[in-house]
Design a binder for this molecule. Structure first.
Ligand code: ASP
Length: 312
C-alpha cells in the first residue's frame, strides 16, 4: 500500500504508525549511503530548501543542511539576525517574502510554540518543525527512535527513563510520544517543579534516581536543562543540587555502566550538570549515533514531504 505524502511535519502525534515506519525504513536506506565514497544522491535535484532559525542551533541546523545537500537540493540559510526580522518584520511578512522566492521546503525553529504550524498554514512550501518553544521537535523523536531500533528492532516492553526538565522540553514531548507509540514503557524523573502533573498520564513518574534505577530501565535519556526557558524563577536550588539529585554523577555512572544501560542526550550537553565527562566516552553512550542518525532521518523526511501543488 502506498502511503500518501504529507505537506508538513509539525509534530509526532498526528503521524500514523505506517508513516513513522516509512520514515524509519527510508532513513535506514539513506544511512547505507554514508559508508560510500560518494554520499550524494540526485533525489531532490532542482528543489530548494530554506532554513529559518529564530533560535540558536548547532547540530539540528547543520544536520538539515547536510541532509538536504546529500539529496542534491539547493540549500539557503535565511539569517534571521541579519534580516529585516531584526527591524521588526512580522513572521507572516517574512514568510510571504520567502513564498515569492518559491522555495520547496522551509525548516523552521522558533522559541514560540506554534510558529511552525502558523508558517505551514500560510505557505505552499512544505514546513518541517525543527523545534518550536516547549511544544515539539519531531525529527529529534524520529532519530531517537531510529537509534534505539538499531539496537532492538522491536521496542515493545523496553524501558526508557527520561530525566530532567520535562516541563520546558519539546524533545521530551516528542520523544516520549514516539517511544510510547513504538511499544516502549516510558518513565520520567526530575524535580517536581519540572514534571507536569496533568499531562502524559501514561508516563510512570519517579521521585528519586534510586527508585528509577530499581525499575531497571534499558535506556536513560537525559534532557538538557532549558536555561533559556527558566526565566527568573528558580525551579531548583542550584545546578550543583540538580546534578546531585538528577545528574549522572560518577557514582551513578559506575552503576549504570556496570548494568550495561544505554545513555542518550539530544545535545547540547551541559557537562557537570546532566552528566559527568566520563559518560561521553562510554561505549553505550549513544550521543554520536543520534547525531549521525539525525542526518539519515532528515533525508527521509525531506524526501517524503511534498509541497502543495507540486507536480511530481
Ligand atoms: N537541541 C534540542 C532542542 O533544540 C535539545 C535542547 O536544546 O535541549 O530542543
Amino acid at each position: 500500500m502506498s502511503i500518501p505524502r504529507r505537506k508538513d511535519l509539525l509534530s509526532i502525534a498526528p503521524l500514523a504508525d505506517e508513516e513513522i515506519e516509512l520514515v524509519l525504513s527510508n532513513a535506514a536506506q539513506f544511512k547505507a549511503l554514508f559508508r560510500r565514497r560518494v554520499k550524494k544522491v540526485p533525489t531532490l535535484r532542482g528543489r530548494h530548501v530554506l532554513t529559518l532559525f529564530y533560535e540558536p542551533s548547532t547540530r539540528t541546523l547543520s544536520s538539515f543542511e547536510i541532509a538536504a545537500s546529500r539529496l542534491s537540493a539547493d540549500v539557503t540559510h535565511f539569517s534571521v539576525s541579519t534580516s529585516s526580522v531584526v527591524k521588526g518584520e512580522s513572521i507572516l511578512d517574512t514568510v510571504e517574502t520567502l513564498e515569492s522566492m518559491q522555495v520547496d521546503c522551509i525548516i523552521v525553529r522558533h522559541s514560540a510554540s506554534g510558529v511552525a504550524s502558523l508558517i505551514a498554514r500560510h505557505s505552499r512550501a512544505s514546513v518541517i518543525n525543527a523545534g518550536d518553544g516547549w511544544h515539539a521537535h519531531p525529527t529529534q523523536a524520529l532519530l531517537d527512535a531510529f537509534t534505539l531500533r538499531e539496537i532492538w528492532p522491536d521496542l515493545s516492553g523496553r524501558r526508557i527513563l527520561i530525566v530532567g526538565d520535562l516541563l520546558h522540553s519539546r524533545v521530551a514531548r516528542s520523544t516520549s510520544t514516539i517511544f510510547h507509540r513504538l511499544g516502549a514503557e516510558v518513565a520520567v524523573l526530575g524535580p517536581g517543579t519540572l514534571i507536569p502533573d496533568t499531562r502524559w498520564d501514561w508516563l510512570r513518574k519517579f521521585r528519586t534516581f534510586d527508585e528509577a534505577l530499581h525499575w531497571q530501565p534499558d535506556v536513560i535519556y537525559l534532557l538538557r536543562i532549558q536555561n533559556e526557558r527558566l526565566g527568573d524563577d528558580p525551579f531548583f536550588p542550584s545546578l550543583g543540587e540538580y546534578h546531585r539529585h538528577y545528574g549522572v554523577t560518577d557514582e551513578r555512572f559506575a552503576r549504570i555502566a556496570g548494568e550495561g544501560l544505554y545513555l542518550m542526550h539530544p545535545g547540547p550537553v551541559n557537562r557537570g550538570v546532566e552528566l559527568v565527562d566520563a559518560v561521553m566516552s562510554y561505549d553505550r553512550c549513544l550521543i554520536n549515533q543520534q547525531v549521525e542518525n539525525g542526518i539519515a532521518i532528515r533525508m527521509a523526511c525531506l524526501h517524503w514531504l511534498q509541497p502543495a501543488t507540486s507536480s511530481s
